[in-house]
Ligand binder design. Structure first.
Ligand code: SF4
Length: 238
């Protein structure tokens, strides 16, 4: 049943139902941002390291999935989404957009669907039901974890650059933790924080640890590497 779609803010108890009919039209002209958790999942799906994945599938200007000239997502094929089991969070919440306030309150709003989308809306369920069916909760938890970490990271780097005279000591620190130096350029240095495999290999080598194969353990070490670096760099406690 097609019904008029609410434009108001929703929470996880709000009535919502959506059936995707895999027409693929909604997988066009989207800017899908991915975090380290999603990059690791997608890289393993493609049987790549995270560095290879970043070089192959992310746009040159930031952590966004490439799109083809047609506007189609790089992973859309005639068969549908080629990475469906490991698709990122925005593809799981769609056609809902997710917002998290500074206080951690989660809200949702409906996004404008493609005008010819074959998706069907209904109201025999809740936002929570829909998200559960899409496997979204662990992706949302990982997104929130990385968002909090990267806010701390950006604040620390911003403060270092804002100091007078400019604090260039952080270049050496950044190189130590990411393995990428200043000459690589701003975007490459930004992406270096997302290269989970590279950072975890460096962390393990420096701490006499074996690199785990389990993705959860790899991500925990990635978070720990950044957190410990932040604590040393800023003197803060996490
Ligand atoms: S990752 Fe898959 S679901 Fe997400 S936009 Fe690309 S093709 Fe569509």
């Amino acid at each position: 049943m097609t019904m008029s779609r609410p434009t108001t803010e929703m929470n996880t108890d709000s009535a919502f139902e959506y059936a995707c009919h895999a027409c693929g039209r909604c997988c066009h002209f989207k800017r899908i941002q991915v975090n380290p958790h999603e990059i690791l999942r997608l890289a393993r799906n493609r049987r790549m390291t995270t560095g290879e994945f970043i070089d192959t599938y992310l746009q040159s200007d930031g952590p966004y999935l490439k799109v083809r000239e047609s506007g189609a997502c790089i992973f859309l094929s005639a068969a549908g989404c080629d990475v469906h089991p490991d698709r990122p969070l925005p593809c799981r919440t769609y056609p809902l957009g997710r917002w998290v306030s500074a206080e951690g309150v989660e809200t949702y709003r409906e996004l404008s669907p493609h005008p010819d989308s074959e998706g069907v809306y209904g109201h025999d369920g809740t936002v929570r039901d829909y998200l559960q069916a899409q496997g979204a909760p662990p992706y949302a938890a990982a997104a929130d974890r990385y968002q909090a970490l990267f806010y701390r990271l950006f604040d620390a780097l911003h403060d270092a650059l804002a100091r007078e005279p400019v604090d260039t000591a952080y270049d050496d620190d950044v190189h130590e933790v990411t393995g990428v130096d200043e000459a690589a350029g701003g975007v490459a240095r930004m992406k270096a924080w997302l290269d989970v495999d590279r950072m975890v290999e460096r962390y393990c080598a420096g701490h006499g640890l074996d690199v785990p194969s389990d993705p959860e353990k790899i991500l925990n070490l990635h978070v720990r590497a950044i957190d410990e670096w932040l604590q040393q760099f800023t003197g803060e406690q996490s």
